[in-house]
Design a protein around this ligand. Structure first.
Ligand SMILES: Cc1cc2nc3c(=O)[nH]c(=O)nc-3n(C[C@H](O)[C@H](O)[C@H](O)COP(=O)(O)OP(=O)(O)OC[C@H]3O[C@@H](n4cnc5c(N)ncnc54)[C@H](O)[C@@H]3O)c2cc1C
Length: 286
């Protein structure tokens, strides 16, 4: 449980951090809240020779309104997401999901950027970002680019982020006024990662679903966008038959491992159940 040797860097600006990461490349890792990276280093599953601590970069923090989007700095902590009045008013699913991450100690250090960049299928925020149609702004040796969350996750701990790239901010289109939302997470105990979880964002017109997006956590190699399940709900009043069909369609795209949280078959069924619960609760919030 002792990490390997590494050099520690504490840049003060985004450009300094980006230059360091770009120069050091694969030998370096960004350090955000450290709540995923440090345990992996202690287990020697990660052996960076350089840590670039982002904690001193003020420009990477904060939540701001920009026209029809909300922009969140990568170093904004999960606690800060929960406390944000702007998010509570405009994208309340973020608060709901953040409150289900770990415990207050972890949330006070863990950052949104670290959670989405980590590539762990157990992290809660990636599925929420897929559901919201978010994109990630990154900077590297080749300059800046924006990557849709829906293109970002390629395998467990394998993302579109290249070695040496820094995630600076997360951009989220503001969902329609009066949208319904829910993040339903089944976990064994307080502070646990999901056995299975589902995010739903929807709108309804005259009692029928007009738009719907559904994301799934920890039931595959990556967070999953359940497109077919969402489509099944369109034009319906979310009656029981529709909920069952949507749950089946969501279950069909899962491939969870059998692990301490349950068998693959159980976790698949729970993904469907979380979809049903999230759809029902989202509809009550319209
Ligand atoms: C006991 C415990 C329980 C937990 N339970 C949950 C849970 O239920 N749900 C959940 O979602 N998470 C959970 N976590 C993880 C927690 O939310 C982490 O904080 C989060 O996954 C990573 O965020 P971080 O800021 O700590 O990132 P770090 O651990 O510092 O970094 C994680 C990875 O992302 C990279 N990275 C970080 N920031 C950037 C950036 N700006 N640009 C490029 N790369 C970057 C790092 O290099 C590293 O590879 C738990 C953690 C613990 C210790």
């Amino acid at each position: 449980m002792i990490p390997g040797a590494f050099a520690y860097h504490r840049p003060k600006t985004v450009s300094e951090a980006a230059a360091l990461l770009a120069t050091l490349g694969e030998d370096a890792r960004a350090l955000a809240g450290g709540h995923s990276l440090i345990p992996m280093m202690k287990l020697r599953m990660a052996l960076p020779q350089h840590l670039v601590d982002l904690g001193g970069i003020i420009d990477l923090k904060g939540v701001r309104h920009d026209g029809d989007r909300i922009i969140i700095g990568a170093m904004t902590t999960q606690t800060e997401l929960i406390a944000s009045d702007l998010l509570a008013a405009q994208i309340p699913i973020l608060r709901e999901a953040a409150l289900l991450i770990a415990d207050p100690q972890v949330r006070s250090c863990g950052t949104l950027g670290g959670n989405v960049a980590n590539g762990d299928p157990g992290n809660d925020m990636p599925a929420v970002m897929l559901t919201l149609g978010a994109s990630y702004d990154v900077i590297g040796a080749a300059g800046q680019r924006s990557i849709a969350a829906r293109d970002f996750y390629q395998g467990a701990y394998f993302t579109a982020l290249e070695a040496g790239e820094l995630l600076t901010q997360i951009t989220i289109p503001i969902p329609a006024d009066g949208h319904g939302y829910a993040y339903e997470k089944l976990k064994r105990k307080i502070g646990d990662y999901a056995t299975a979880a589902a995010a739903v964002v929807l709108t309804m017109q005259d009692g029928r679903v007009a738009t719907c997006a559904i994301g799934l956590t920890n039931v595959g190699e990556t967070a999953l966008l359940a497109g077919a399940a969402a489509e099944i709900t369109l034009g319906t009043s979310l009656d029981d038959a529709t909920l069952a069909r949507a749950a089946n369609a969501a279950e069909a795209i899962t491939s969870p491992a059998t692990d301490g949280r349950g068998s693959a078959a159980y976790r698949t069924k729970m993904a469907g159940e979380m979809v049903k619960r999230a759809l029902r609760r989202a509809a009550t919030r319209i």
